[in-house]
Design a protein around this ligand. Structure first.
Ligand code: ADP
Length: 320
């Protein structure tokens, strides 16, 4: 088939990020408005690398929602799957940059527009045209967006799309850790490609040893590719036929936000270009080197979306 579209499903929001670390947003001298939301980041990552991407999700019919829709458009992401809720507002996140470099989030979600997406509102023609359908985030947590999420996955799968899942665990949003684990694992065997971080690996398996034995606890017979990202240690891959790891690039890291989304966007672009990378280890290793380079570059600038690289920037890092 000549399908080349990557559809990314879920939420888009604005992070309010303090200009200094070690204090809460309320105590900071200033803040920046950073557009984000993992699925939206992935769509923009794809588009910046020259791929065809569409974002499916709901925004508030407010100043923030229209700002986000404009950002997608400016970045070449199709807006055919964007809906505006007439009642609820766009999701917002208030960030604290802890002194140790970690981030803490407080969310405006009571409920936010993204959570109100219903199965009936989905643009099914758009979803059916996807070659890859990527999802994974907080849209599993509550109704009605949970049903919309499950329906979209089902329709994409029926139409022959590859399903790509990144759980993007945001624990404070779930009613409990047990519930999060249960719901995330309940859709595990529906995906063809799954990417987890080292933190998610530990959370989902209960083991803090990052090795093959732990990774295999997340393996399912119908998976095509399982990826584990390890920040500055690179990434590990598992398929039916082979497994291994690919080193990260050494860069001057200033902010790791969006590195995982950049990595996923790069991988999905390359899969659309050549699906045989999923069966060929040397091709897959080349692609993961490319994806690691994308992730690395994304850590060299503040914010997620402004830091997502073009193909030329990635090749410049790889060819050094
Ligand atoms: P997530 O954002 O999902 O936690 P990671 O932080 O592991 O994902 O980042 C994804 C990929 O980006 C990593 O596999 C790695 O290749 C690259 N990356 C992330 N952080 C760094 C870093 N500090 N230095 C170099 N590469 C990095």
């Amino acid at each position: 088939s000549d399908k080349s579209l990557i559809v990314s499903f879920g939420e888009m929001l604005i992070d309010f990020v303090p200009t200094v670390s070690g204090v809460s947003l309320a105590e900071a001298p200033g803040f920046l408005k950073a557009p984000g939301g993992a699925p939206a980041n992935v769509a923009i990552a794809v588009s910046r690398l020259g791929g065809k991407a569409s974002f499916v999700g709901k925004l508030g019919d407010d100043e923030f929602g229209h700002m986000l829709a404009e950002i997608l458009k400016q970045n070449g992401v199709s807006g055919d799957g964007i809906l505006f809720d007439q009642g609820a507002r766009t999701a917002l996140a208030f960030v604290t940059l802890r002194a140790d470099g970690e981030r803490e989030f407080m969310f405006y979600r009571n409920p936010s527009a993204d959570m109100l997406l219903t199965p009936e509102e989905l643009n099914l023609d758009l979803i059916r045209s996807a070659k890859v359908f990527h999802y994974g985030s907080i849209s599993l947590i509550v109704e009605p967006c949970r049903s919309a999420h499950l329906k979209a996955m089902e329709v994409a799968k029926e139409s022959g799309a590859l399903l790509s899942y990144d759980p993007n665990l945001r624990l404070p949003l779930w009613p409990s850790a047990d519930e999060a684990r249960k719901q995330i694992l309940s859709i595990w065997d529906k995906a063809d490609i799954i990417k987890v971080s080292d933190v998610e690996l530990e959370f989902l398996t209960g083991s803090n040893k990052i090795d093959d034995e732990t990774a295999m606890k997340l393996w399912r017979p119908n998976l095509t590719l399982l990826l584990i990202t390890l920040g500055e240690k690179g990434s590990m891959y598992y398929t039916k036929y082979f497994h291994g790891s690919v080193d990260a690039f050494h860069v001057n890291t200033v902010d790791t936000t969006g590195a995982g989304d950049s990595f996923v966007g790069a991988l999905l672009c390359k899969i659309v270009e050549d699906p045989t990378i999923l069966e060929n280890e040397s091709k897959l290793r080349e692609v993961l080197k490319f994806a690691n380079a994308c992730g690395a570059i994304t850590t060299t600038k503040k914010g997620a979306i402004p830091a997502l690289p073009t193909e030329a920037e990635v090749l410049a890092l790889i060819n050094g």
